[in-house]
Ligand binder design. Structure first.
Ligand code: SIN
Length: 497
């Protein structure tokens, strides 16, 4: 049962809970004043807050504010922007407990994970503070000796940042930190399920000195389609960054086409997790537990297809069953919980659909396989292990996005590379092997944006994050991240007498 119940009343810094949208430095309701929506705790279904349901008109007003603010923000120096980013990062650390609690309550992830995400989120601010001053152009050797050619970098303009519900802090700072560091102004659209973390970030960013209009936040749940369309179609927006499903990413790209916006799309994944016979079994177990059960299986790079070589398959399955049995399920605010609730009801339905489909095609449920009983009305699913997975099963083609692990058996390296690449998306991947040559060969052969060798997490602000194929394009973090918000301008100078 859910114990140690915590609520937003336990947040110490009440300023972090504005419960309004932010436009041009004002915390506001929707201009129409028509409707609101509730944010609920997925562990209990208790209402946490009521926020304005902002619409197309509010979004256009926020874009106008960002457009106006860009005229002066683009003239700030990189060092000024870097100082604000560092201050924002410091404020995240100072308020870490409150930020983690807000995130746990609206998303469901455990407090330990939420604290980890606050630190991870702040790391992007520090990282982009360093990157702001590193974005210089070049002097290009001319073919025509009467010319000199130089390039310089400039901010692209107003950036729309559409963040998902699975990392409500880190995806805001990974996108908006880069945009603001580059000299862009921003309109944030956090997910309707988890807007409170983004609002708290906006409070801290304002406190760090970001001027009015440089950060605007649109809160919306049921109006998400009209808000998204305005961000895409409005010609004053020059850059759009989105993390979410491939289906929505394609729609946004179509809607952005008439105004030819610069885009970064981090879309769905279906990560292969490959365990070779030569793997250290303890490394494989630690990595798969993290890659699958972090955030209750709701990361874009979660291990979805677990390929295990035949020589180690039975032993791995047996030890994994024991490890999964020991994972405590519960509200993220409870001590010792490793697997929190899923963030919304649809996620439980989808996971159950994958489990039933696997059973129908001959998969054996070794552990779990059902929604949790005796946990109240929250969206809890038993951590689940299925063996005997085959390619005709739904999980092969679709991300389960839940704490459900399915093991596929393979014989040869070439075979598993083919299986892993037989997929229309390519975001993350994991390879567990003690053979260094093999790790290079397989990493090079996989059609993905990221490969983890002997580990279960791909998160690091210094490392570019993004995918290939249906997982989208563009990179967040790394030295590439800030360039998504910059254009290169070239200047050619006549030096003839
Ligand atoms: C994601 O799931 O998109 C983000 C995961 C991470 O950065 O660790």
């Amino acid at each position: 049962m859910v114990s140690q119940k915590k609520t937003l009343n336990d947040v110490k810094n009440k300023k972090l809970l504005p419960h309004k949208g932010l436009i041009n430095g004002e915390w506001v309701d929707s201009a129409s004043g028509k409707s609101t929506f509730d944010v609920v705790d997925p562990a209990t279904l208790d209402k946490l807050a009521t926020l304005p349901e902002m619409d197309k008109q509010d979004t256009a007003t926020a874009i106008d504010a960002a457009h106006e603010a860009f005229k002066t923000w683009k003239k700030t120096t990189a060092r000024q922007r870097a100082r604000m980013l560092r201050k924002w990062s410091d404020l995240c650390h100072e308020n870490a407990d409150d930020l983690a609690l807000i995130m746990t309550l609206e998303n469901g992830k455990t407090l330990t994970e939420a604290k980890g995400e606050v630190v991870y989120g702040a790391s992007f601010l520090e990282w982009f503070a360093t990157q702001a001053e590193m974005t210089h152009g070049e002097v290009v050797p001319p073919a025509n000796l009467n010319q000199r050619i130089v390039t310089f970098k400039q901010p692209v303009g107003v950036a729309a940042c559409l963040a998902p519900w699975n990392f409500p802090v880190a995806m805001i700072t990974r996108k908006c930190g880069a945009a603001l560091a580059a000299g862009c102004t921003t309109v944030w659209k956090p997910a309707g399920e988890t807007p409170l973390s983004a609002l708290a970030q906006a409070v801290l960013a304002e406190e760090a000195g970001f001027p009015k209009g440089s950060i605007n936040v649109i809160t919306s749940l049921t109006t998400v389609a009209e808000v998204g369309e305005e961000l895409c179609r409005n010609p004053k927006v020059h850059k759009l960054s989105f993390t979410g499903s491939t289906r929505v990413g394609k729609l946004l790209m179509q809607q952005c086409a008439p105004t030819l916006k610069k885009l970064s799309l981090e879309l769905g994944g279906n990560s292969p997790f490959i365990v070779f016979d030569d793997a250290k079994i303890s490394t494989a177990l630690d990595a798969v537990i993290l890659a699958k059960f972090r955030n209750s299986g709701q990361t874009c790079v979660t291990a979805n297809r677990i390929f295990v070589q035949s020589g180690i398959y039975d032993e791995f399955a047996m030890q994994l069953t024991e490890r999964i049995k020991s994972l405590k399920v519960g509200a993220g605010t409870e001590d010792g919980v490793f697997v929190g609730p899923l963030t919304h009801e649809r996620a439980v339905e989808k996971a159950m659909n994958h489990i039933e489909d696997a059973k129908k095609h001959g998969g054996q449920v070794m552990y779990g396989g059902k929604p949790m009983e005796g946990m109240g009305s929250g969206y809890f699913l038993q951590p689940t292990l299925i063996t005997g997975m085959t390619t005709e099963m739904l999980t092969t083609r679709e991300e389960t996005f839940a704490p459900v692990l399915g093991l596929y058996k393979f014989e040869k390296e070439e075979e598993v590379i083919e299986l892993a690449n037989d997929c229309d998306v390519g975001l993350g991947s994991f390879v567990i092997t003690e053979n260094m040559a093999r790790s290079w060969r397989v990493a090079e052969a996989l059609e993905v944006g990221m490969v983890g060798i002997n580990l279960g997490m791909l998160s690091a602000c210094e490392s570019p994050f993004g995918g290939v194929k249906g997982s989208g394009f563009g990179r967040e973090g790394g030295t590439q991240g800030i360039h998504e918000y910059l254009i290169t301008k070239s200047m050619l100078i006549n030096v003839a007498n």
